[in-house]
Design a protein around this ligand. Structure first.
Ligand SMILES: [Zn+2]
Length: 210
């Protein structure tokens, strides 16, 4: 999931405006940002299909540190505490963890049954697998983004957020809908790099415009 996470960031920002938006954008991206570093480091494993961009064909073999409910959010607690200390804003800590937890919860809607709960060996894995129904998944994520964003933002911020979400969702279209298009990423490291660029770009552009 991509833009859906950012809809939650806008919601959290509306509820807790004293927490800077860039911090909240990073919090909802935290699991994927961590993952994009741990894959090239060889700590977490993903298998892509170079012949297809479809999200359902990507196998997340191992990602307990970045995508488990418990272990990942012990890390988000540490990072949130560090940012809260730097900004001298205690509210940053719970909101950062909440943003990161929201990522895991939204991921359970679309991912196949590969998301660990604890993050330790012998773990139970969850995922409702909406990605198996690509076009439906595209519509559900887009509608979720539009509705939540329209409820919590207004004026020019809303306009920019709607444009930004639409552009990124369209860039992501090949990951939802079967086509002859090959995967833009040729290796798992390339795929992790694309995720880093995507989350980084959205976070920076949204921080400037909204
Ligand atoms: Zn994720």
């Amino acid at each position: 999931m991509f833009i859906g996470h950012f809809a939650v960031a806008f919601l959290l920002w509306r509820l807790f405006p004293s927490v800077p938006l860039p911090v909240i954008l990073v919090s909802v991206s935290f699991p994927d940002l961590l993952w994009s570093l741990l894959v090239p480091a060889g700590v977490e494993k993903v298998r892509i299909n170079p012949d297809s961009a479809l999200q359902k064909l990507i196998v997340f073999e191992k990602y307990p540190y970045s995508h488990s409910l418990v272990l990942t959010n012990l890390f988000s607690l540490l990072v949130g505490a560090a940012i809260a200390a730097v900004l001298n804003n205690p509210l940053v800590l719970p909101i950062f963890v909440l943003g990161s937890v929201s990522h895991w919860i939204l991921d359970t809607v679309v991912h196949l049954k590969d998301l660990p709960i604890l993050g330790f060996n012998g773990d139970r894995k969850v995922g409702a697998g909406l990605w198996k129904r690509g076009p439906l998944s595209f519509v559900v994520e887009y509608a979720f983004y539009i509705i939540v964003t329209a409820l919590v933002l207004s004026g020019l911020s809303l306009v920019y957020a709607l444009i930004l979400g639409t552009v990124f969702q369209l860039i992501n279209l090949p990951s939802f809908i079967s086509s002859n298009r090959k995967n833009m990423a040729k290796t798992s490291n390339g795929y992790a790099g694309l995720a880093l660029v995507g989350f980084g770009a959205f976070t920076i552009i949204a921080s400037i415009l909204i």
